[in-house]
Design a protein around this ligand. Structure first.
Ligand SMILES: Cc1cc2nc3c(=O)[nH]c(=O)nc-3n(C[C@H](O)[C@H](O)[C@H](O)COP(=O)(O)O)c2cc1C
Length: 145
């Protein structure tokens, strides 16, 4: 590997989780979360993506391992969501996937496809059942609409 490449590529820790919003999330409530993230994340070298749809959050957090771990602890304890399921936790030598996004909000119309995928990938039975409950909730809600 060339020197300049070695400098660009560093060990990046990333965490992906999903969770269920505790109550209805309107645009203002979502913007508040993103504003807090954009305020704090750059100081900790954290970038990522927040996907929201049908009351379900998915978040990708990447950055130095200790910072990502501490932030995930803070986020997990946030009462605005419950049923936080850790889907991926990895160290990799590579460039960031979202180098320019302190935290970007993506709204997903049909999040059930993403949830189903995550459920099939999950090896931990507890995770599988939490994800399956989330899917059932989602189906019940869409039938009610
Ligand atoms: C789904 C979700 C995602 C969040 N993502 C972040 C984040 O990326 N960065 C962050 O600092 N806070 C995030 N938060 C907010 C934190 O849980 C916490 O409220 C915040 O860091 C506290 O900041 P404050 O002390 O300035 O109020 C998130 C909260 C939720 C519910």
């Amino acid at each position: 590997m060339q020197n300049d490449e070695a400098q660009q590529t560093q060990s990046i820790h990333h965490i992906v989780y999903c969770s269920q919003a505790s109550h209805h999330m309107d645009k203002v409530a979502l913007e508040k979360i993103i504003a807090t993230a954009k305020h704090h994340n750059p100081r900790f070298g954290i970038t990522g993506l927040l996907v929201f749809g049908s009351g379900i959050f998915f978040q990708w957090l990447e950055g130095p391992r200790d910072n990502v771990t501490s932030l995930f602890k803070i986020i997990s304890a946030d009462h605005r969501h419950t049923d936080v399921v850790l889907l991926t936790k990895e160290d990799e030598y590579r460039e960031r996937l979202f180098p320019n996004w302190d935290m970007e909000l993506v709204e997903a119309e049909d999040i059930s496809v993403v949830l189903e995928d995550a459920m099939h990938e999950a090896s931990d039975p507890k995770q599988k059942s939490t994800l399956s409950n989330m899917l059932q909730e989602l189906k019940k809600r869409s039938l009610g609409n």
